[in-house]
Design a protein around this ligand. Sequence first.
Ligand code: ADP
Length: 158
Amino acid sequence: MKHIAIFPGSFDPFTIGHESIVTRALPLFDKIIICIGYNSEKEQFFPIEKRIQWIKEAFGNNPKIEVESFCGLTVEYCQSKNAKFILRGLRTAADFEYERAIAQINKKMVHELESIFLLTTSEHTPITSTIVRDIIRHGGDALQFLPKVKDPEAYQIK
Ligand code: ADP
């Protein structure tokens, strides 16, 4: 049986912290599907299409990685992809409390789903999409926190 993991998130934008979690998790799974969850009522900073493109560029043509978007319940998305694992990153104790509740509820809903957590490496712990967005919104240079892409200038355009 193939071990498929879903890495769900807003990824608005996908940072080097997210990239590191995926790279470190790759040896554990046959396939990782990075999926951008969206809520039509929630305002987004970067368009979904751009976020998908940047994530694909970050991982080149790695055949073990897929990138998609989804709207709805993560557990249902996992079932539709035959994925038994949800990958998440933990930066802080606050992350842990938030993730614990979601993971336990997800398991109540779909018993065979396991959430797998990787602790952030120390250099990536302070990086959040919210801070990166704030830097960009105010015209700063956030490229050191973002994976390499073909056209870095595009990060400056909302
Ligand atoms: P969400 O809106 O679902 O929290 P995010 O895009 O903020 O989505 O994060 C997706 C996942 O990546 C979460 O598990 C989050 O804890 C993790 N993550 C976010 N930033 C980092 C980072 N700098 N290092 C490691 N993991 C991170």
